[in-house]
Design a protein. Structure first.
Length: 386
């Protein structure tokens, strides 16, 4: 590649010299014709005539012509090389600016020759370096934000646990009923801490590509039916019902059943928590030509349109105080999205004053990303995702 590029520059230089020689020869020839016409018409006089006579008698006609052509050749070379040199200087300055961290310098690509290719390569290099620096900056920011969010979310329940345990340790309770009340609160807060740690661990594995899928044929109807039964008690306590709308009794897809269970557990759990006002959760499953569409619908308060693009971001909560009350970690939907992405599917949400619909579309065939042998060990799923 190096020699090819050098050969191209050499060709450019030889071409420049050839054009300069051609122009010099042509201009010298025109000058000779012009002088002869002036001599024939008697219009050649004064210092110019004296100069030509001096050159003719002292150097001879051929040497005079050669020197004239050489002078024109040098002038043309200087003129043509100067443009190339200025362009090369711009490239050098751009590289120097890039070495100082200024990636916004852009070179005009004025030709398709080697210098033009070099300028385009410098522009491309600057863009890639700028992107790399920006990605590194974003990674550092994300890491800092992750630590801040985790610290904040862990500190709140941990402080509560420590407080109630201190009350118990100092015997600051009236009777055994109050003691059990304190113990129960500490226990619930501890379970929330466990869920948050499990969610954080799982999110880290999913987002870093460390999560492997144990893919087997899955009956999606059966899987969602089992989840609906699992949530029956929670729904009853909330005064809600779940309605299943399936077109068929059996819909098979290649997927990791445990990971999909994690996704739909999260969606149903959120529908129960945030859709209590609507008194019901509806799950629809429909087959398309090449995919399966699952919709989890609740009829609670709407998600503001400004919040919709962010609901799948980690630690994002639409209703901050309400999410804290329900024990959400802010990682459930981010984990769900990454799992669906690994299955080469899509997950989205729409919300209006009437309903909020989470849509999951999964391919009916294909090879999910990071798939492993179905008998390989898979990641343990938290019992109460959020």
């Amino acid at each position: 590649m190096k020699y090819k590029y050098t050969a191209g520059l050499q060709r450019q230089l030889l071409k420049l010299l050839f054009y300069s020689a051609l122009l010099a020869a042509g201009l010298t020839f025109l000058l000779i014709i012009f002088v002869l016409m002036l001599e024939i018409t008697g219009m050649l006089f004064g210092p110019f005539r004296n100069f030509l006579q001096f050159m003719y008698y002292n150097l001879g006609p051929w040497l005079t012509i050669i020197l004239t052509a050489a002078a024109f050749f040098v002038l043309f070379v200087i003129f043509l090389v100067r443009k190339k040199a200025e362009y090369l200087a711009q490239i050098i300055e751009a590289v120097e600016e890039a070495s100082k961290g200024n990636w916004e310098v852009k070179l005009p690509v004025t030709a398709q020759d080697e210098l033009g290719r070099l300028a385009a390569s410098v522009n491309s290099m600057a863009d890639r370096l700028q992107l790399s620096v920006e990605e590194e900056r974003m990674a550092v920011h994300a890491k800092t934000e992750l630590i801040t969010n985790v610290s904040h979310d862990l500190r709140t329940p941990l402080t509560s646990v420590i407080g109630y345990l201190r009350l118990i340790d100092d015997d600051r309770y009236k009777d055994e009923v109050e003691l059990r009340y304190y113990v129960n609160i500490a226990y619930e807060k501890s379970k929330r801490l466990e869920r948050m740690v499990n969610d954080l661990f799982e999110y880290t594995r999913v987002s870093s590509g460390g999560l492997k899928l144990a893919v087997t044929p899955i009956n999606l109807v059966e899987l969602i039916g089992q989840l609906a039964a699992h949530f029956s008690l929670q729904l009853a306590e909330a005064g809600m019902e779940i309605i299943l709308s399936f077109e068929k009794d059996k819909v098979m897809i290649p997927a990791d059943g445990d990971k999909l269970m994690r996704v739909f557990e999260n969606l149903i759990s959120n529908a129960v928590k945030y859709g209590k006002d609507g008194k019901k959760v509806v799950i629809k499953l429909a087959e398309k030509e090449n995919s399966v569409l699952v919709q989890v619908i609740n009829y609670g308060s709407r998600i503001p349109s400004t919040e919709l693009p962010h609901v799948f971001e980690r630690f994002y909560r639409v209703e901050k105080s309400r999410s804290l009350d329900t024990g959400g970690s802010g990682l459930g939907l981010a984990i769900a999205k990454n799992i669906i992405d690994l299955h080469q599917g899509t997950i989205s949400v729409v919300s209006d004053d009437y309903e909020t619909v989470f849509k999951v579309e999964l391919p009916k065939a294909g090879n999910p990303l990071n798939a492993i042998d179905s008998e390989s060990e898979s990641l343990t799923v938290a019992e109460n995702p959020d």
